[in-house]
Write a protein that binds this ligand. Structure first.
Ligand SMILES: Nc1ncnc2c1ncn2[C@@H]1O[C@H](COP(=O)(O)OP(=O)(O)OP(=O)(O)O)[C@@H](O)[C@H]1O
Length: 369
């Protein structure tokens, strides 16, 4: 545990910059670009023993090398977002990292959640079970709600996977984190196709599409929902080029039209030999064998080759799969305390902005009265 003084810590809520003490407690995450630590903060200008002279936290502080040439997209996007299902940025500052030649690192102090969906899925898997279905519904609904908000600003997360989805098992609140790969997508503007973690990559990215849409996140949502039912990743390609083969095992090969629309120059393998003697519904039921028919129906509308046909977040939220959680009779318990969860304030506390984004689907998204 270490404690240090930072001269310029900016509050994301007030915009005020002031000196603060940082007390690092423990490492909670390690990524490709940096580390995440649990830490407390204290105003360094407060009078000793005054009400302000207290440690606040815990926060999750993400440290990544500061970008000199261009502004950090993660910081810009976290400053812009304000949603119950998106991790909130509280403070940010730059500070030298003594473990890396005193190179300047950007520090993002975010609200801290106790675990992520990857550890939650694993927790059930090692006990030879999977998440309870009502938890899967509650989590999938919140992922779709976060995406509805992000995509309304054309913000594409570009790295949806269970370890980037934080949860609180006490109240089943879910928040998407890690906006290190996120980008505001401009229509018809190219972006790199080599983003997103392998198992969760949309097929258009695998074949090298550069002008893609926020629908790549929807593919990730489908993979995460499917993984909650299966207890392990749905499409586990052993190496990058084999990822498409895993997808073709369920869907058959992509059509010429899909390849042409994604990347006319694609000349990689298509795995066209696969011939099925069962319909796609039957194959989905076999793969997701503990999912109910509504869950299968939703998965089949989300895991679709064609990004245009792939459901958008509000279509997902209005799907009949969620009818149960919108019913007045629905009740669900906390995994930790067994206390009943207040579903209304967890799932349906929509802002006026969100309500406007639902358009004609609004009555199918709101809880039944
Ligand atoms: N706000 C938070 N509260 C609790 N844990 C967090 C928080 N933010 C991140 N973590 C944990 O730290 C891990 C790494 O964070 P993050 O994904 O932002 O870093 P990264 O360097 O981009 O990682 P990766 O390369 O795996 O994408 C997450 O998987 C999560 O388990």
């Amino acid at each position: 545990m270490s404690e240090y003084l930072v001269k310029d810590v900016t509050s994301n809520t007030s915009g005020i910059t002031r000196p603060m003490f940082v007390q690092e407690i423990t490492k909670i995450g390690e990524g490709a670009f940096g580390t995440v630590l649990q830490a407390n903060l204290k105003n360094a200008l407060s009078e000793p023993n005054s009400p302000q002279d207290i440690w606040i936290g815990p926060f999750a502080i993400k440290k990544v090398p500061a970008q000199t040439e261009y502004k950090s997209r993660e910081l810009q996007i976290l400053k812009q977002t304000n949603h119950p299902n998106i991790v909130a940025l509280k403070y940010y500052y730059n500070y030298p990292n003594k473990d890396d030649n005193n190179r300047i690192y950007q520090h993002l102090a975010m609200e801290c959640l106790p675990c992520n969906l990857q550890s939650e899925i694993k927790r059930y898997y090692i006990n030879k079970s999977t998440l309870p279905e009502n938890h899967i519904k509650i989590f999938t609904f919140q992922i779709a709600r976060a995406m509805n908000y992000l995509h309304s600003f054309q913000i594409c997360h570009r790295d949806i996977k269970p370890s980037n989805i934080l949860i609180n098992p006490e109240n089943l609140l879910l928040k998407i984190c890690d906006f290190g790969s996120a980008k505001v997508l401009e229509p018809n503007q190219p972006s790199v196709s080599y983003i997103c973690s392998r198992y969760y990559r949309a097929p258009e990215l695998i074949v090298g599409c550069c002008i893609y849409t926020t629908k790549i996140d929807i593919w990730g949502l489908g993979c995460v929902m499917g993984e909650m039912y299966m207890g392990k990743p749905v499409f586990q390609g052993q190496e990058p080029m084999l990822q498409l083969r895993e997808i073709t095992k369920l869907f058959g090969p992509p059509s010429d039209e899909f390849i042409y629309n994604s990347n006319p120059q694609y000349n990689g393998p298509l795995y066209s030999h696969k011939i099925y003697n069962s319909t796609i519904d039957v194959r989905f039921q076999k793969v997701f064998n503990n999912a109910n028919l509504d869950a299968i129906d939703l998965l089949m509308k989300v895991l679709v080759y064609s990004p245009i046909e792939r459901f958008n977040p509000s279509q997902i939220m209005s799907h009949k799969y969620f009818d149960e959680i919108k019913s007045v009779k629905f009740n669900v318990k906390s995994r930790l305390s067994n206390d009943p969860i207040k579903v209304d304030s967890l799932l349906f506390n929509f802002s006026d902005y969100e309500l406007k984004t639902f358009g004609k689907l609004i009555n199918d998204i709101l809880p039944r009265s």
